[in-house]
Write a protein that binds this ligand. Structure first.
Ligand code: NBP
Length: 478
């Protein structure tokens, strides 16, 4: 008998996706470069459903129903190209290759175009939720052709997470759209994590709270509008004690955050598109700063700071609540920026992306799943052309209500010398959008002065240049 779908690459993600498919009653062909992983999967989990093990590329391809549906779950980059090169010659027009790895969307666009020439559908698919999600229901962001979505949609929606009965999976758009949206998801994830970390740091250093007290505070927040997976796991991490020393685990873990690169891609892409994703950029740079070990060794405790580093009295009493508000407002800004990047990517690459649907499929399965994504979804359903989430009625009111507290938190952080780049850059972005006039006019003047770059005027059309080194009269240049 032939399998409905095949998975090659049986490390944690591929193995769990294959099991998820099998548990949903789909027959799955399984294959891995190293044979032992295939054998182990079938031996350990064969009772969960119908697995068809294959020990060569030919055997794997022959075991699939036609048109073939073949999922690749190998390391992104070179390994993915190697696997495509191995399988593509064995496939026929109409067959589909799903790449569920964390590919860069530009790689996906290149691979899709090359395979399209051979009549093969290449479906770059973002999958979020880690190993646990892959097994029990991830959030799935497929790109690729409409035809491939028709053939794959039923299988993918079957194994995706469900929220209110709706699957966390829908077709994102052509070629690299799925991987683009997954990339931005990860960027937002960086930003969310950084903001939570700043909230923790302010509670710890600014109020002198213990990790257990902070866990308690976060737990309370998690019952309100900040309800999210990341806050939930933060509580767990803060409560964890180190077995060896009895200290809170966070006090024995080295304070250097690592990164695999998807946050950096989000920022690099945003720079190319000209979209300010300051919250994500600050989060990526905060990890870089934490990782600058040699530099920090020279500066920590050496550079002078303010006299006071902890709050007291009335200010201290309301600070935790202020931080909750700053966190919510900054989080809204981070998502607003991320959605703007998706909008810009869609315009640049000609993708028809439904932002409300993206918000919906992030409600479950993925790392940034959160209650407030319902609000984002509502905002885009009501107004698909919304320029920024910040002007949606709900979010505008939420930020307006939070802004006094948000400003106090940023000011207090600066006063106490506690770095809060996420909170403060989000606020600066908000104030930038609010401003009637920005100092960019002065920058234009400077550019014209040293480089004759010209400027436009508020009162008439055309480009102008001031003869700075001459009589300082103005000439129209176009
Ligand atoms: P890894 O990213 O660790 O990749 C290991 C798999 O790639 C193994 O099956 C390995 O085969 C195979 N492989 C490599 Br490496 N080079 C190969 C080659 N040249 N030819 C054939 N196979 C090759 O696995 P993972 O952590 O399960 O992640 C899989 C994908 O899913 C990645 O792209 C990852 O970025 C993405 N992802 C991971 C997570 C997560 O939480 N881990 C979440 C979301 C997405 P072998 O057994 O023979 O060495």
């Amino acid at each position: 008998s032939r399998a409905e779908i095949g998975v090659t690459g049986l490390a944690v993600m591929g193995r769990n996706l294959a099991r998820n498919l099998a548990r949903h009653g789909h027959s799955v062909a399984v294959h891995n470069r190293t044979e032992a992983k295939t054998k182990d999967l079938v031996e350990e989990f064969g009772n969960e459903g119908t697995f068809v093990p294959a020990y060569s590329a030919e055997e794997f391809v022959a075991s699939l129903e036609r048109p073939r549906r073949l999922v690749i779950m190998v390391k992104a980059g070179g390994p993915t190209d190697a696997v495509i090169d191995e399988f593509a010659p064995l496939l026929e027009p109409g067959d589909m290759i799903v790449d569920g790895g964390n590919a860069h969307f530009e790689d996906t666009r290149r691979r899709e175009a090359a395979l399209r020439d051979k009549g093969i559908h290449f479906v770059g698919t973002g999958i979020s939720g880690g190993e646990e999600g892959a097994l029990n229901g991830p959030s799935i962001m497929p790109g690729g052709s409409k035809e491939s979505w028709e053939a794959l949609g039923p299988l993918l929606t079957d194994i995706a997470a469900k929220v209110d009965g709706e699957p966390c999976c829908s077709h994102i758009g052509a070629d690299g759209a799925g991987h683009f949206v997954k990339m931005v998801h990860n960027g937002i994830e960086y930003s969310d994590m950084q903001l939570i970390a700043e909230a923790y740091d302010l509670l710890r250093k600014g109020l002198g709270k213990s990790t257990d007290e902070i866990a308690e505070i976060f737990q309370g927040w998690n019952e309100g509008r900040l309800d999210s997976y990341l806050i939930e796991i933060t509580v767990e991490v803060l409560r964890q004690r180190d077995a060896a020393t009895g200290k809170p685990l966070v006090d024995v873990v080295e304070d250097q955050a690592e990164q695999k690169g998807t946050g950096r891609w989000t920022v690099q892409t945003a720079l190319d598109l000209g979209i300010p994703v300051t919250g994500i950029a600050e989060a990526v740079f905060a990890r870089s700063l934490s990782g600058s070990a040699a530099l920090r060794e020279k500066t920590a405790g050496v550079l002078p700071g303010p006299a006071a580093s902890e709050l007291t009295g009335d200010e201290a009493a309301s600070f935790a609540d202020d931080i909750e508000q700053a966190l919510y407002a900054s989080k809204i800004v981070a998502y607003a920026q991320g959605f703007n990047e998706i909008q810009a990517g869609a315009a640049e690459y000609d993708w028809d992306i439904d932002l409300g649907a993206v918000a919906k499929l992030w409600r479950g399965g993925c790392i940034i799943r959160a209650r407030f994504l319902n609000r984002i979804s509502d905002a885009y359903v009501q107004n698909p052309g919304l320029e920024t989430l910040l002007t949606d009625d709900y979010f505008r009111d939420a930020v307006a209500a939070a802004q006094d507290a948000w400003r106090r938190v940023v000011a207090t952080a600066a006063r106490l010398g506690i770095p809060a780049p996420g909170f403060s850059s989000a606020l600066a972005y908000y104030d930038g959008l609010r401003a009637q006039r920005l100092p960019a006019a002065l920058v234009q003047g400077q550019r014209d002065f040293f480089g004759a770059h010209t400027y436009r005027r508020t009162d008439k059309a055309g480009s102008y240049h001031t003869l700075w080194s001459g009589d300082r009269s103005e000439v129209q240049t176009s």
